[in-house]
Ligand binder design. Structure first.
Ligand SMILES: Nc1ncnc2c1ncn2[C@@H]1O[C@H](COP(=O)(O)OP(=O)(O)OP(=O)(O)O)[C@@H](O)[C@H]1O
Length: 355
């Protein structure tokens, strides 16, 4: 059997990060993993002040990978963080400068996850995709921009208020290897967010630009359903590299998904692909498969619109139970077929250079 990236990552996950206590992949310090034939190379990016503590970590990581079948040569390097970008100058009263889309400091790519219709599983897909990318060694952020119904704190098992040590910038929260910020962390639980357009756009801009995201390979943005102010603001204020459209197979969801694709086309945001969620129902008792909402509707629509179909995610009780308990299925049952679908999407995006 030839050596795979997954085998190497699984071995590396047995090594702990002495600072965070997570494994070194989940802690987000693994960089630039390459597996070429029998040769494996990777970098551990660390705080230079902690270099001494990481010497044994590097040696341990090198050792577990060397012990894998099919490995001839391992090269593991320690590098220091790049210095953090200074916080943006956000003096109150400074008039807003009209500007085009900007890069979020430290963030390499932005992927928007959108749906035309509510409740089709956009947040579930965003959370699982973020965790799957983190498990594959990417530095991932998740911005819950679903300001009307933020659900990422629950899905990622994060609670409490984000700190703002200087009163200007906000420190994001982190779990399952994903750096996360959500309006749900700024409001009281159960409190409805009743905001009008301009306030809403201000809140989104603040979550993008004032949060200290750190260095990220990709920021996933979980958008509210539909084609409204938040979607427009995101595309106008930030350089969005691509959008993923989630839909269930029914016609009614597909009509709205089409509107979403049309909106991103108008905003010049490339469509990375569509995902059919709740595609096939798999009975958790007997494994019987049935198509509750029909099946294949999204594949047909994607073909018609000439966009890739990234995956068909089954409707399975475990997916909901995992999200409700704060550890998405990719984390709770990483080897389940449901989790594997999300891993496959993550791999496709990494292979395409999109994440
Ligand atoms: N593949 C799936 N299998 C089982 N349950 C699922 C699946 N996808 C989503 N769900 C469940 O369906 C519900 C709605 O999903 P989710 O909150 O992700 O949708 P959404 O599109 O983000 O909704 P909103 O309109 O609130 O933004 C949740 O309870 C979630 O756990």
């Amino acid at each position: 059997m030839s050596l795979t990236r997954e085998t190497v990552l699984a071995a590396l996950k047995t090594i702990s990060d002495p600072i965070s206590g997570e494994d070194i992949v989940g802690a987000g310090i693994m960089r630039a993993l390459t597996v070429e034939g029998a040769e494996v190379r990777f970098v551990l990016e660390i705080d230079p002040a902690q270099a001494e503590a990481y010497g044994p970590v590097r040696d341990g990581a090198e050792k577990v990978v060397s012990a894998l079948a099919g490995v001839d040569k391992v090269s593991a390097l320690l590098t220091g963080h790049a210095a953090k970008a200074p916080p943006p100058d956000l003096k109150p009263g400074k008039p807003a400068q009209p500007q085009g889309p900007q890069k979020i400091p430290g963030v390499d790519r932005i992927i928007a996850v959108a749906s035309g219709k509510g409740g089709v599983g956009k947040s579930t897909v965003s959370a699982n995709l973020a965790c799957a990318l983190a498990a594959q060694g990417r530095r991932v952020g998740l911005l819950d921009a679903d300001v009307y119904g933020p659900s990422q704190p629950r899905m990622l098992g994060i609670s409490g208020r984000p700190a703002s040590p200087d009163g200007k910038t906000i420190l994001p929260m982190r779990n399952h290897g994903v750096t996360m910020m959500s309006m749900g962390l700024m409001t009281n639980e159960g409190q409805a967010v009743v905001w009008r357009g301009p306030m809403l756009m201000g809140a989104l801009q603040q979550m993008m630009m004032q949060v200290q995201w750190g260095a990220l390979d990709v920021l996933i943005v979980d958008l509210p359903p539909g084609t409204g102010d938040v979607q427009m603001t995101l595309a106008q204020k930030a350089e969005v590299d691509g959008a993923i459209i989630v839909s269930t197979p029914q016609d009614i969801a597909l009509i709205d998904a089409r509107k979403g694709i049309d909106m991103f086309n108008q905003l010049h945001v490339p469509i990375l692909g569509m995902i059919e969620n709740m595609s096939t129902h798999i009975c958790s008792n007997c494994g019987h498969e049935e198509h509750i909402f029909g099946h294949g509707g999204v594949a047909a629509e994607a073909a018609k619109l000439n966009v890739p179909l990234l995956a068909e995610v089954p409707l399975h009780l475990d997916v909901r139970l995992a999200s409700d308990s704060g550890a998405p299925i990719v984390v709770a049952k990483p080897d389940s077929p449901q989790a594997q679908v999300f891993h496959a999407i993550a791999r496709t995006l990494v292979d395409r250079g999109a994440a």
